[in-house]
Design a binder for this molecule. Structure first.
Ligand SMILES: *Cc1c(COP(=O)(O)O)cnc(C)c1O
Length: 466
């Protein structure tokens, strides 16, 4: 007999978390500061306040273990898409030949948000604080377009202006994302533009310059510094973004509690680390306090861009133009340009400092997969559970399938939970190429990593000064 309570596990609206979980005070190594690229010293708050929404700067350096979510914001989450469901992947389990309840696969469905990913969790939050503090415009960059659409939606909800510098290569390849941003009233520019000093030189040398995330970040930061009431918005990597995403993991915890299931492994893909961070931080905090100490936490990276698995833990610039803060993180070097894999959201050279510390201290592990095996797993998921995952998300799907099959082979009991960070409706080309047999794999050779990491312009930061 089916126990209906155990198939798609839902929370009541009033069960949406009241606080975000800040893991910074519990980290097994002290959080490192953001360094100003201009002088190599910790960025003074005045500089940070001029760039980012104020409340986000305060949250970035907060030592409070729990930070209240404003009621007004919780209400908006409830009226729009939260809490999101946790599904038992029965049809996927059946396809994998897992019978009975020894091995269970669950996924947290963040694809039900209006823009199809977890990113509105922080976009709405940043737009909310900006509106409250009199900010009239948020500016950002976007690669594949997931973050640009999420921030455009957030700004639209709070009636503030949004400007997005979209890497020209994606602007041309993904018109759907651009149209979505425009539907939310955002101004979308193909970057490099001739509207900023950072973009102009590239634009003038080639008006069809394909652009890069590094250039787009520089353009967005420059634009935001032009006006007192404009701010720059970030969609991953920094502490406050991971903080906003912890709403995901807290819901998962409550949902698993409802059905009396303790997770053995948590899996998420990692680009800058925000969906995995938000998903696992509430559990990692417990693990650091000795609760469920054997819990495995696995971050999945593309073989073409394995920042944690193959990069170094060191200081590096957040962007290739060296305008963004210097962070201590796992990095492949800011000069590294990843191969054009379809998981655009995972093509970032660095990783969130929180994820970097947890990886360095072995609280979590990382693994890499090739894009063909990833997209193939995404298709299995689409055929069984019905949702076609974003290429980024399909990395987590691949790992969940691998773990389930390994547990089956070893006759182990295992509760596997992964984060379905988004759907792939705007990324169908990846699936088309796979089905046409045209999808290719990229492996990043070690020599290339060493070359990028030994570049003469890697920053040196004197840690004895703070
Ligand atoms: C942006 C994105 C990612 C990667 O970013 P993280 O900050 O690592 O989560 C993963 N999945 C989806 C669907 C995305 O849009």
């Amino acid at each position: 007999m089916i126990d209906f309570n155990k198939t798609r596990i839902l929370l009541e609206p009033n069960e949406i978390p009241k606080e975000w979980v800040n893991i910074v005070p519990d980290l097994p190594a002290p959080m490192t500061p953001l360094i100003n690229p201009m002088d190599g010293k910790p960025a003074p708050p005045e500089l940070a306040f001029a760039i980012f929404p104020k409340e986000c700067v305060l949250q970035e350096v907060s030592q409070e273990p729990l930070i209240p979510i404003p009621d007004e914001l919780r209400e908006i989450f409830v009226k729009t898409y939260r809490p999101t469901p946790l599904h038992r992947a029965y049809f996927l389990e059946k396809e994998l030949g897992i019978s009975g309840d020894d091995i269970k696969i669950f996924f947290k469905n963040e694809s039900v948000s209006p823009t199809g990913s977890h990113k509105p969790n922080t976009a709405l939050t940043q737009a909310y604080y900006s509106k409250r503090d009199g900010v009239t415009e948020l500016i950002t960059e976007t690669g594949a377009g997931q973050w640009g659409s999420a921030l455009s939606y957030g700004c639209c909800m709070f009636d503030i202006n949004c400007t997005v510098y979209m890497v020209r290569a994606s602007f041309l390849q993904k018109p759907g994302r651009k149209i979505l941003m425009q539907a939310y009233n955002a101004q979308v520019h193909a970057s490099p533009t001739n509207l900023t000093d950072s973009g102009k030189a590239y634009y003038e040398s080639d008006p069809n310059h394909p652009g890069s995330l590094g250039i787009a970040i520089s353009e967005a930061v420059e634009h935001s510094l032009r006006s007192d009431t404009a701010r720059y918005s970030l969609g991953s990597v920094v502490n406050f973004v991971l903080l906003h995403q912890t709403i995901i993991g807290q819901e998962v915890k409550a949902q698993l509690n409802k059905i009396g299931v303790q997770p053995d492994v948590l899996i998420g893909c990692m680009g800058g680390g925000s969906n995995l961070g938000g998903f696992m931080i509430p559990f990692a905090r417990d693990k650091l306090h000795g609760v469920n100490p054997d819990l495995e936490i696995v971050g999945v990276e593309p073989r073409a861009c394995p920042s944690v698995t193959k990069g170094n833990y060191r200081w590096d610039y957040g962007d290739s133009a060296k305008k963004a803060p210097i962070l201590k993180m796992h990095t492949l070097g800011h000069n590294f340009i990843p191969s054009p894999i379809h998981a655009g959201g995972l093509r970032y050279h660095g990783m969130a400092p929180i994820i970097s510390i947890l990886s360095n201290k072995k609280i979590m592990t990382s693994i890499m997969h090739h894009q063909t095996e990833v997209i193939s797993s995404g298709l299995i998921f689409a055929k069984t559970e019905g949702i076609i995952p974003a290429p980024e998300t399909a990395h987590a799907v691949k790992e969940a399938i691998d773990q389930a099959l390994l547990a089956k082979e070893n006759n182990e009991k295992k509760n596997i939970v992964f984060c379905l960070s988004g759907h792939g409706f705007f990324d169908l080309l990846a699936y088309k190429e796979y089905m046409d047999g045209n999808l290719v794999d990229y492996e990043l050779p070690n020599e290339e990593i060493q070359k990028a990491l030994s570049a003469s312009d890697m920053p040196e930061v004197d840690e004895t000064r703070f």
